[in-house]
Design a protein around this ligand. Structure first.
Ligand SMILES: [Zn+2]
Length: 282
């Protein structure tokens, strides 16, 4: 039984503010905690019957997990030039996907900790076929294309509540209570990791009974960016239509193609934030 873990950082045990995730001495502490939370999920997964675990580091530069401290039974996908973004390495050979340390969407609950949708610098809202989605729901739909059910989330209580509207059968480890976007009441990491382990074990045991999240037919994305400069530059792609000063849309035949397309648009939008050639010294 093969399990994929998408690991993010905002929902990791002990994290309450953005400063803890920046490259400074604080960040080094939280990388360690991220690795420990992931290890708790790996341990629970093996207890539950997993025989193989692949972890994809999905936060920031996607190189946060300390491989030397990672459970040696797992393999790690690290580094950020990835066509499939947070889901690089996922395919139909997996039996379940876990989201460890994830967070709520931009403009969702006012209490979800460090909420954003993929790239806080440029994305305001993402809709798939008219429904507003956060990263977890979007990733779960991609996993559904491969018939892989979303089986576990870990993070703050408001994030869990948000995701359970779309994924009612998912197991959840609530490791903190969101107070504000930059404040939380935290469980001690030892307690939080016990909980993650227990829920991961249960999630793997019931994975077969959790239906994958599916979207059939052509998939239409609508992305509202924060600035018109970000939206306009994505129209360099012939598939993209501008439908408002800051909003674009495109349609693809399936969710995997659409997800890659979305990521391409977000990459363009990020680089357009301060002028696409702003940092080029050629
Ligand atoms: Zn993140």
């Amino acid at each position: 039984m093969k399990i994929f873990i998408s690991a993010d950082m905002e929902g990791i045990s002990g994290v309450a503010t953005n400063q803890q995730l920046k490259t400074n001495s604080e960040y080094q502490r939280f990388r360690k905690l991220m690795t420990q939370d992931v290890n708790a999920a790996i341990e629970g997964a093996f207890f539950g019957g997993a025989t193989e675990v692949v972890v994809a580091d999905g936060h920031g530069n996607m190189s946060n997990i300390l491989i030397e401290d990672l459970d040696p039974r797992a393999r790690l996908i690290c580094g950020n030039n990835r066509v499939m973004c947070q889901l690089e390495g996922l395919d139909d050979s997996f039996d379940g996907i876990m989201f460890v340390g994830h967070h709520g969407r931009e403009n969702g609950s006012e209490r979800t900790v460090i909420s954003h949708s993929l790239a806080g610098i440029c994305v305001n809202e993402i809709k798939i076929n008219g429904h507003i989605v956060g990263e977890t729901e979007m990733n779960a739909l991609v996993a559904g294309y491969y018939n892989v059910p979303a089986i576990l989330i870990t993070g703050d209580d408001a994030y869990v509540k948000e995701v359970q509207k779309t994924l009612p059968d998912i197991e959840a480890a609530v490791v903190k209570r969101g107070i504000d976007r930059f404040a939380a009441e935290l469980l001690h990491p030892v307690k939080a990791q016990e909980l993650i382990k227990e829920k991961a074990e249960r999630a793997v045991k019931k994975a077969k009974d959790i239906p994958p999240l599916k979207v059939e037919g052509p998939v239409t994305f609508e992305i509202e960016f924060k600035g018109p400069n970000q939206a306009l530059m994505t129209t360099t792609l012939p598939t993209v239509k501008l439908i408002g000063p800051r909003t674009i849309t495109f349609t693809c035949d399936d969710i995997v193609t659409a997800y890659k397309h979305m990521w391409g648009c977000v990459i363009i939008a990020m680089t357009a934030t301060n002028g696409v050639l702003g940092s080029v010294n050629a």
